[in-house]
Design a protein around this ligand. Structure first.
Ligand code: SF4
Ligand code: SF4
Ligand code: SF4
Length: 289
């Protein structure tokens, strides 16, 4: 298992955590189509808004197709030397798809030097965290949009949890409790934890500083406040202005490091952030903004 020195070196090689955005790239593998919750800003026709730019659907890969794509990319003269991270971020929730675990296993077997990274809504994190640790997951992003169940109930329509559908505050309470327990246990395992919070004006702005403080206490490393991309039930929301976003991040900066360069990449993005390229059969036709 990795030592703390290995982990620090890996953070520095990770474009999303180590500030090497212009040198190091990541490859997202879209192996996770199913989701177990309903975020009000999510149109399930598109990629997960946890980490992925909604608006263009990924072609879902099987684990065998995913590892073949990794082989192809790592053999490429252009991309092989810059790819440092393999991320699974959708198009649904990685933990709701067994294929996520199988894909990480295959990647670890063949490319043990690549950093494994995953993004989740956190619902299944407590029960999955030991498996992820055994697979040597290095970094984890959890999207947390509220700590108050009454606020969360305005954001999440329902959850499916252990075979049952929950809605309203009941759903929100289960989701929040699991997110927080999952963050703590991931940090205790030595994973580098990023928290994504979707800034939804009129709904959760007051929750943002509370989330920042709480996740810092639990061991999170950095927070990424992202503007809502209005869709689905929350299509009527006016996104925060760049000034509002900047103010929200600045207010949190003394509590937990703020992540400012996020471009909300697609679940199948490959390459340097902001300069994604098409690879093989990937549905990566459009570069990120
Ligand atoms: Fe959509 Fe992702 Fe939310 Fe699931 S977790 S509903 S895929 S945004
Ligand atoms: Fe970056 Fe998230 Fe992808 Fe990891 S899963 S490489 S943190 S965007
Ligand atoms: Fe980095 Fe944001 Fe793109 Fe993830 S979505 S790779 S955090 S810029």
């Amino acid at each position: 298992m990795a030592t703390s020195c290995d982990r620090m070196a890996k953070i520095q090689g990770h474009p999303c955590f180590g500030g090497n955005h212009h040198k190091n790239g990541r490859m997202h593998l879209a192996v996770a189509p199913k989701c177990n919750i309903k975020c009000g800003y999510c149109s399930r026709k598109h990629d997960c808004a946890n980490e992925s730019r909604p608006g263009v659907t990924s072609r879902v890969l099987t684990p065998a197709e995913a590892i073949a794509k990794v082989r192809e990319v790592m053999a490429s003269e252009l991309l092989g030397p810059i790819i440092k991270v393999i991320g699974i971020a959708g198009p649904g929730d990685p933990l709701a798809n067994e294929e996520t675990f199988e894909t990480f296993r295959l990647v670890g077997e063949e490319f043990p030097h690549l950093i494994k990274c995953m993004s989740t809504n956190g619902l299944l994190l407590p029960e999955s965290i030991d498996r992820l640790h055994d697979l040597d997951l290095h970094s984890l992003t959890v999207t947390i949009n509220a700590l108050d169940p009454a606020v969360a109930a305005r954001i999440y329509g329902h959850i499916f949890y252990h075979g049952k559908r929950y809605s309203g505050s009941e759903a929100a309470e289960i989701l929040i409790a699991n997110q927080l327990e999952g963050v703590k246990r991931a940090a205790d395992h030595g994973m580098t934890v990023k928290i994504n919070t979707v800034y939804i004006p009129g709904i959760n702005e007051e929750q943002i500083p509370l989330i920042g403080r709480r996740v810092k206490e639990l061991g999170a490393f950095v927070m990424n406040v992202m503007p809502i991309i209005p869709q689905a039930e929350l299509a009527h929301i006016v996104p925060p202005t760049p000034e509002q976003l900047e103010l929200a991040r600045a207010a949190n900066e003394s509590v937990i490091g703020q992540f400012k360069h996020c471009r909300q990449c697609r679940a199948d993005a490959v390459g340097l952030i902001g300069q994604d390229v098409t690879v093989g059969q990937s549905a990566c036709e459009v570069p990120v903004r």
